[in-house]
Design a protein around this ligand. Structure first.
Ligand code: HEC
Length: 194
């Protein structure tokens, strides 16, 4: 092959871009691929019969599939909980505690001295049911003293992530674990301070 032919070949490839012929039915290609007008197409399909160009990126209907298609709501794990059944509330509370709170306050409720206050033996700080619920819903900032140790951290609000039943359950779990015996928090207590 001489140099002239090579140059012509390379030149024509530059001009036409990356093209390949397609091996499907004309009708199917015409239906699924934008036809010719797509000037910015990264890769073209070319009919060797008609010479027509189709963009190789298939059409996607974003409007329905990806924007307005209704999403199934996340399953509500509290739907079947009997809020008057303490065993169920404790089990749910333990689950929520392990998912959300234990990372900071530790699984044993003892926290990390000077950084994350303990929940074990902290009844004199978190106080009555509604005060306890308020701390969990709104989070907490600024200097506090728990069992003689000073903390000056920030607990993120949990009220947006957890519903009233989950908050009542996790607070009840704290009030009745690790030797604590501080009574229960009800979903009504949580609703009252929201
Ligand atoms: C990102 C870490 C973090 C997470 C997650 C977290 N907390 Fe806290 N929590 C803190 C910090 C820090 C403080 C102290 C804030 C301060 O110094 O003012 C605190 C304070 C508290 C207090 C009051 C102080 C005490 O010792 O009683 C309670 C009650 C409490 N948290 C409960 C919870 C519960 C229940 C959860 C889970 C639903 C939770 N926290 C999740 C960091 C966290």
């Amino acid at each position: 092959m001489n140099r002239f032919l090579l140059l012509t070949l390379a030149g024509s490839m530059l001009l036409t871009g990356c093209q390949r012929s397609y091996g499907r039915e004309d009708a199917a290609v015409a239906k699924n691929y934008p036809h010719q007008r797509e000037a910015t197409c990264p890769s073209w399909l070319v009919s060797h019969k008609t010479g027509q160009r189709y963009c190789a990126s298939p059409k996607v209907d974003l409007t329905y599939e990806m924007i307005s298609k209704p999403q199934a709501p996340a399953a509500d794990r509290t739907a079947d909980i009997d809020v008057n059944d303490k065993a169920q509330m404790m089990a749910l509370g333990e689950e929520v505690y392990g998912e959300v709170c234990a990372a900071c306050h530790q699984a044993n409720g003892e926290g990390v001295a000077g950084t994350f206050p303990p929940l074990k033996g902290a009844g004199s700080y978190y106080g009555d049911a509604q005060n306890h619920a308020k701390i969990i819903v709104n989070g907490l900032n600024g200097e506090i003293v728990v069992n003689g140790v000073t903390y000056n951290g920030a607990m993120p609000p949990q009220g947006g992530m957890l519903n009233d039943i989950e908050i009542a359950a996790v607070a009840t779990y704290e009030r009745n674990s690790w030797g604590n015996a501080d009574g229960d928090v009800t979903p009504e207590d949580v609703a009252a301070i929201r």
